[in-house]
Design a protein around this ligand. Structure first.
Ligand code: NAP
Length: 249
């Protein structure tokens, strides 16, 4: 096994998570990409390996399937890590679902899906991976929230609630684990060009609403994640990364 540092990227198969995986690989971290769909995991692992070969960096890229909305799936995933990995230095929680609806037409299964994936999934992943960080007295966790978890948004009551929940969770966990050398922070992106936003129809268009007049790229969010993961004296922080959107919401 390589002695390089290890980063676990949950939701690393696509979008922001994939760019985060690429950003850490660029700086020499071994990467484990985790997501729900096996084909997507395999595709992104192959893509990242190819990228790594082309760029002559010898990081080890692996993939694991895990449905974070099911605590037993997280347990199995973390047990499988025990056999294959050393210390996990970085955990990035980027997996989430988004099913926009007005509250009046939101059914219980939609509430459960969003809360179980975005909030409970992140909570249980942190809990499971933390055991390894505590053992090594080192680590950093970056959770991906959203600017709507801070400002709220019409049609996103449940998604916003899940992301607001992550803010309280991140700050509380940061207090719990600071004495043992683990940092916990949150990035709150605005509109970012990924599958999640490929079908949004809003008026005005995001570009007209955002003070910087453009949506963010996954790579820009990945830079902010990388910064926070390596900021050794920052914890419990919420870093908004949204081209100024929160200023006008
Ligand atoms: P995306 O392109 O839709 O990708 C979502 C990722 O989450 C995929 O890797 C997906 O895996 C994974 N995932 C979903 N449900 C899962 C589950 N139950 N178990 C494991 N993995 C699961 O989303 P994105 O835009 O990159 O978003 C990344 C993060 O940024 C999310 O937390 C999102 O809420 C947040 N965010 C995004 C925006 C934006 O404008 N895009 C704005 C604010 C915040 P599969 O490939 O296996 O389906």
């Amino acid at each position: 096994m390589s002695a390089l540092r290890q980063a676990l990227i949950i939701g690393g198969s696509r979008g922001i998570g994939y760019s985060v995986a690429q950003r850490f690989a660029k700086s020499g971290y071994n990467i484990t990409i985790v997501s729900k769909n096996e084909d997507n995991v395999n595709k992104s692992v192959n893509q990242l390996r190819q990228w790594s070969e082309q760029n002559n960096n010898s990081v080890v890229v692996s993939g694991q399937v895990c449905d974070i909305s099911r605590p037993e799936s997280i347990d199995n995933f973390v047990k499988s890590l025990d056999q294959s990995l050393g210390a996990v230095e970085v955990l990035v929680n980027a997996a989430a679902v988004n099913r926009d609806k007005l509250l009046m037409s939101t059914t219980e299964d939609v509430v459960d899906d969003i809360i179980e994936t975005n909030l409970k999934g992140t909570i249980f992943m942190c809990k499971s991976v933390l055991r390894r960080m505590v053992r090594h007295k080192k680590g950093s966790i970056v959770n991906i929230g959203s600017v709507v978890g801070l400002t709220g948004n019409r049609g996103q009551t449940i998604y916003s609630a899940s992301k607001a929940g992550l803010v309280g969770f991140t700050k509380s966990l940061a207090k719990e684990v600071a004495p043992i050398g683990v940092t916990v922070n949150l990035i709150a992106p605005g509109f970012v060009k990924t599958d999640m936003t490929s079908n949004i129809i809003i008026n005005p268009k995001p570009e007209d609403l955002i003070p910087m007049r453009r949506m963010g790229s996954p790579q820009e969010i990945a830079e902010a994640v990388y910064f926070l993961a390596n900021a050794s004296y920052i914890t419990g922080e919420v870093l908004i990364c949204d081209g100024g959107l929160h200023l006008v919401l």
